[in-house]
Design a protein around this ligand. Structure first.
Ligand SMILES: Cc1cc2nc3c(=O)[nH]c(=O)nc-3n(C[C@H](O)[C@H](O)[C@H](O)COP(=O)(O)O)c2cc1C
Length: 211
């Protein structure tokens, strides 16, 4: 019988209203439909689940202990941390879909990362950044921080650039970017999204098979 496929959380890293992030995360998911990719034998296709940081609505970090010293979610002080811990424990790997804000990634994302440690540790991660020039600075900074919580960010990165100032303004206002797979403004980037996802799957599949 085939083993359960890897569970991948797709993290929507913008918490603004309005925002472009959910439609970009959906575009990424549509582009990498797991069924269309080969998976190792005896492994079911990966499942992709959206984790929206806006819905988590975490306050600024307020735990009394350093998360790397916590080994059970029940040891956290607050219900919001316990529930965030349980959410992140469910997944084998993550795809972070993040905007660039002032040459970095959003504060809400750093806050969400800092709440936990062992829940992230050892898990593979793929980063998709976006912005006027693709959000490369946010992408690189996030990669470093993920290494800090002992995640395993893959080598390939995806940077999605808004081709015009008008489209950047539309994104900022939450307008429909018409991100149709195969014909939208980022159709040329779909290959790099799939390539990165293959690398993520290889990293996480090795973990799941060796369990
Ligand atoms: C606080 C803030 C800072 C921003 N800084 C940058 C930036 O450094 N580089 C960039 O390309 N775009 C920047 N932008 C524009 C964002 O790429 C654009 O607003 C995008 O829609 C943000 O993603 P979101 O709508 O999902 O939050 C910034 C936007 C905000 C709100």
């Amino acid at each position: 019988m085939a083993s359960a496929g890897p569970k991948i959380g797709v993290i929507v890293c913008s918490t603004r209203t309005p925002r472009a992030c959910p439609q970009i995360a959906n575009f990424v998911i549509e582009t990498i439909k797991p069924a269309s990719l080969p998976t190792p034998p005896n492994l079911q296709p990966a499942s992709l689940t959206v984790i929206d940081l806006q819905e988590q609505n975490l306050p600024m970090f307020n735990e009394s202990a350093v998360p790397s010293q916590i080994h059970s979610y029940t040891e956290y002080d607050h219900a919001h941390t316990q529930s965030w811990s349980q959410e992140i424990q469910r997944y084998d790997a993550f795809i972070f879909v993040t905007p660039q804000y002032n040459w970095g990634y959003p504060a809400a994302l750093k806050n969400a990362i800092d709440y936990l440690f062992h829940e992230w540790k050892g898990k593979a991660a793929m980063i998709v950044s976006y912005g006027g020039h693709g959000g490369g600075k946010a992408n690189a900074q996030l990669k470093q921080v993920l290494q800090g919580v002992r995640m395993r960010p893959i080598e390939k990165t995806v940077e999605l650039a808004f081709p015009t100032r008008e489209l950047l303004a539309k994104a900022s206002g939450g307008g429909d970017l018409e991100l149709v797979s195969g014909s939208g403004m980022w159709s040329a980037q779909e290959g790099s999204i799939i390539e990165a996802y293959r690398e993520l799957l290889e990293a996480v599949s090795a973990d799941v098979v060796s369990l």
